[in-house]
Design a protein. Structure first.
Length: 143
């Protein structure tokens, strides 16, 4: 009988190390939107939430710039005033570097965060046109 090296001896140790899954930030939001079968995609260290072709939200819970942790609403400037009546703690996102952007945040450190996030989900479920945008198509590089 020949002595053969074991399979484990042929591969470097770290080739099949499974990275632990990152936790989903503010997972209760996805639970509240489950009836719409939302899909998610990682984006800039956050989690983008889509319903059909529209991006609706971004869920963020990071160690850096934690003032911008929370639920980001995909909206437009024209809807800010009416949304602010529904969400008094809503504000622009600081890490985006502009005074006012189309994106607005329901900050995680606000006293009404969970209530506001769930209300945003109710608006999405009701197909409120103020929340959600169809992303611009990416330009493909020509060869």
């Amino acid at each position: 009988m020949r002595n053969r090296p074991s399979r484990a001896g042929l591969l470097p140790k770290d080739d099949f190390v499974v990275k632990p899954r990152k936790t989903v930030p503010h997972e209760f939001v996805l639970d509240a939107l489950a009836a719409l079968s939302p899909r998610t995609h990682p984006m800039f260290g956050c989690l983008a939430v889509y319903v059909q072709e529209k991006i609706m939200l971004v869920l963020r819970d990071r160690d850096t710039a934690n003032a911008d942790n929370g639920v980001w609403l995909a909206t437009t400037r024209e809807h800010h005033e009416s949304l602010r009546r529904d969400f008094p703690n809503m504000r622009s996102i600081q890490v985006l570097g502009k005074d006012t952007t189309g994106w607005q945040i329901l900050p995680a450190d606000a006293p009404d965060f969970e209530q506001s996030a769930l209300h945003a989900c109710e608006l999405i479920l009701a197909r409120d046109a103020r929340i959600g945008k169809v992303p611009k198509r990416r330009k493909t590089k020509s060869l």
